[in-house]
Design a protein. Sequence first.
Length: 390
Amino acid sequence: MKTLKTLALLLVGALAFVGCEPVDNGGNDGKKSFMLVADKTTIYDNGIDGATFTVYYDGLILDKGYELYIGEGAEMVAGNKFTSTTQGTFEIWAAYGAAISNTVNINVVATPPPAPAAPQDNNPSKTNFVRRTLLTQFTGTGCGYCPLMMNALHQVLTNDVYGNKVVVAAAHLYNDNDPCWLAEAQTLDNALGVEGFPSVYSDLNRNGYGDASFAALKKCIDDAQARTTVKGGIAVNSAYHAEEEYIVLNATVKAKETTEFRIGAWLLEDNIYGKQSVYPDPYKGTGELIQPLEGVNFNNHNNTIRLADSKATNTDFSGFSLGVIEAGKTASREFAFKLKPHHDNANARYYNHNNLRVIVFISTNENGKWYVNNVVKCPKHGSVDFEYAE
């Protein structure tokens, strides 16, 4: 017996043959686009947490007339929200008349342990926060010129002045056999408009820096810090649960001025071995390979993004809205990272749990665009207090 989805697809073809308006299967001109989008692709198996779907037809949101199906179509989704008490991956697709949408995979994972309590503010009258810039490095083990940027970032991080002004996160997407490969990196790449490798982007600003030099990165940081003043601080309590393979955290944002804030959290891993391609140094012109600075090992990869929990949309990683926070007031949000199994030799299938940590950032709206305004580092199990400037 043919499945419902197969029959629906056959019906689409038959209607198209007799002159019905065709359905867009990939953006062809003259065809109607029919797209299914989920607000998240990983949910918990508690039957309450769920993925909410939005259906677009010809660029407009449909609020009725469509149906959502699971797998081959024997089951339907009630309304536009999918929940489950069974772990696994579920294929969700929509039907609108004879039209069939794209398929969205929803991963149902174990419900995480409870998050720790929200951090306490021991200095409620203070709002003069230390500010740091988020540098996102786009790289990969197959990128032969990326060692130049590894050297430059090492110079930044070990500099007495600039090392305390930044937090670095590395998105590996140049080659998918990279042990640091980030499945979501392509989406992050598109969100920032990455044009080449190596490159670094500050505070999720689309203006990147491809000049792999200490001087260029200093300018990148100076420009980011000068763009706006610090508007809030971040405190975090985190907890690592080895048996359940989860890191859960509770982050609190305190406003220096009244404005709307967004918040995001990324899981990072350090000390991942991956054989790095190295090309001749273009600055020397002698054919000599790029040489690591003292303290740099090109095959040892740090600050690697494993999970990025800040995707508001497919083209926006600036975080999730906390609403407007009044000056001096706070708001909190919990995060949970489902970890891949532990292995001492981390790769695309395993994490070395000993080398995991998190970063948490806040974003604010600057002239219609959302940029990271502050960022902090936090251990996988511990806490970070609000850091006030002297």
